[in-house]
Design a protein around this ligand. Structure first.
Ligand code: NAP
Length: 277
């Protein structure tokens, strides 16, 4: 599995596991846990969750899936913006740790920017780091101006990633955000890498993939993974989808294929506000 180096030197797999909506339906629980554990077996050892997902049900499911293999996993969770005061992050993190059944989160993200001043959130993250409850912190849905502001704060440039919406059909970040992060050697984490399944219904992409004996999901993920400092976190609720997606990590697309994909999904021609889902 291709690895991506975080700013503090640790490496994580370029393909990880998304978990939004996992844990919501008890009848699907066994399949979802099997899918996550298959992902771990295949080397997708980064798991992304959040206190928001299913009001904690996703974290509980992840906790169950990794209970006997916590040390294999690089665990990412997120705090709601309204919980991101200095005291609030400590309380939210304690609840997340309980649901996850662990004593530490490897990377704790501010889910999106809210009204709490950023320096309060950074102090809260630093407290949690000092006490060993989180190992690293980062942000999500931050545009360049937010990162500029964050970086100017004391300790504010210690974020390990910015998790943002990025896939073939959402390329706005290529204009300014990706170069900004690249310059500072901060990897981007691409969420909704198959556009929550919508990309997979694109007939042109389907034909492109079929012509190469691949699926649209594999092409969409391989296209993201050609970036050096990018972690993609598709969500797959079945073992079959998980196995299919993992193949993408071994694929490489030729320059002519990338040009063809650029014609189908043109790169941005100017700056645009960061999109969110
Ligand atoms: P996604 O990963 O782009 O798409 C998930 C959907 O694609 C599911 O319906 C899944 O179906 C389907 N799928 C996956 N692999 C497939 C395959 N090989 N063939 C057919 N269908 C396939 O969307 P996402 O869940 O929004 O994003 C991924 C993760 O990013 C989330 O789970 C979450 O962890 C994170 N996220 C973060 C934010 C944020 O604000 N920070 C926002 C959105 C998402 P099955 O479930 O049936 O496998």
């Amino acid at each position: 599995m291709k690895q991506v180096r975080l700013p503090h030197g640790e490496s994580v797999p370029a393909l990880g596991l998304g978990t939004w909506n996992l844990g919501d339906d008890r009848r699907r629980r066994a399949d979802e846990i099997a899918a996550l554990r298959t992902g771990l077996d295949l080397g997708l050892t980064l798991i992304d969750t959040a206190e928001m997902y299913g009001d904690g049900r996703s974290e509980e499911l992840v906790g169950e899936a990794i209970a006997d293999r916590r040390n294999e996993v690089f665990l990412v969770s997120k705090v709601y913006p309204h919980n991101a005061t200095r005291a609030g992050v400590a309380q939210a993190c304690a609840r997340s740790l309980k649901r996850l059944g662990t004593d530490r989160i490897d990377l704790y993200l501010l889910h999106w920017r809210g009204s709490v001043p950023l320096d309060e959130t950074v102090r809260g993250f630093e407290d949690l780091q000092r006490d060993g409850h989180i190992r690293h912190w980062g942000v999500s849905n931050f545009d360049v101006d937010d990162l500029d502001e964050l970086s100017a704060l004391p300790g504010g440039s210690a974020y390990a990633t910015d998790q943002v919406l990025y896939n073939l059909s959402r390329r706005g970040v290529e204009w300014d955000l990706l170069p900004w992060l690249h310059k500072r050697r901060v990897p981007v984490m691409a969420y909704s890498p198959v556009e929550q399944g919508r990309l997979l219904r694109n007939p042109q992409l389907g034909r492109f993939a079929a012509g190469r004996g691949l699926t649209a999901a594999q092409v969409a993920l391989a296209w993201l993974l050609q970036h050096d400092a990018l972690i993609a976190i598709p969500k797959a609720a079945s073992v079959a989808h998980m196995r299919e997606n993992t193949v993408a990590a071994e694929l490489s697309l030729a320059p002519a294929e990338l040009e063809e994909l650029d014609r189908m999904f043109p790169p941005p021609q100017g700056a645009s506000p960061l999109e969110m889902l």
